[in-house]
Design a protein around this ligand. Structure first.
Ligand code: MG
Length: 168
């Protein structure tokens, strides 16, 4: 139910799950050559099913849309219209999504924030709409889904524990 709401809001803002999954695929393929797009779509879906992720998306996208309608109080309205680089609340909110999956999520987010791949670049270049929050939230989603895949592959490995450690 809430997954349907959040995915339809994303769609309204020009982002589909496959767009995010493509970034995940590109990020994780070098580490897992057998990775499929289906696994990436599933991972994005799993992240979007988390309540704290849904809440971050509702909040950030609402602020983008209110800014487009010029309904925010000053000085926030001007800050959002200028996409003020020192604002930083957009990145902070996106990190809330990513931090669910630990340090791998954080480093992937930092990379995407610099490299702006795929749909993130499109959102960033679309000057007819306000995407102050959405570009970072999508980067946060991609980083989280990517970290989730990394954790799952690591979790599937069998480490043999040296016997001296096992005894201690
Ligand atoms: Mg931003």
């Amino acid at each position: 139910m809430s997954f349907e709401i959040v995915s339809s809001i994303l769609k309204r803002r020009g982002v589909c799950i496959e767009d995010i999954a493509e970034i995940v695929y590109e990020l994780q393929l070098p580490y897992h050559p057998q990775l499929t797009m289906e696994e990436c779509v599933n991972s994005v879906t799993a992240v979007l099913n988390k309540r704290e992720v849904q809440y971050a998306l509702y909040t950030g996208i609402a602020l983008d849309e209110l800014a487009e309608q010029k309904l925010l109080p000053q000085p926030l309205q001007s800050i959002m219209e200028a996409d003020e680089p020192l604002y930083g609340v957009d990145e902070t909110m996106a990190l809330g999504i990513t931090s669910v999956y630990g340090m791998i999520g954080l480093t992937s987010f930092g990379y995407l924030d610099k490299e702006k791949k795929g749909i993130i670049e499109k959102l960033n270049n679309n000057k007819s709409a306000i995407h102050v929050f959405l570009d970072d939230l999508v980067a946060g989603l991609a980083a989280a889904a990517s970290a989730r895949i990394a954790h799952r592959y690591e979790g599937a490995k069998n480490y043999s524990i040296p016997s001296d450690i096992e005894r201690s």
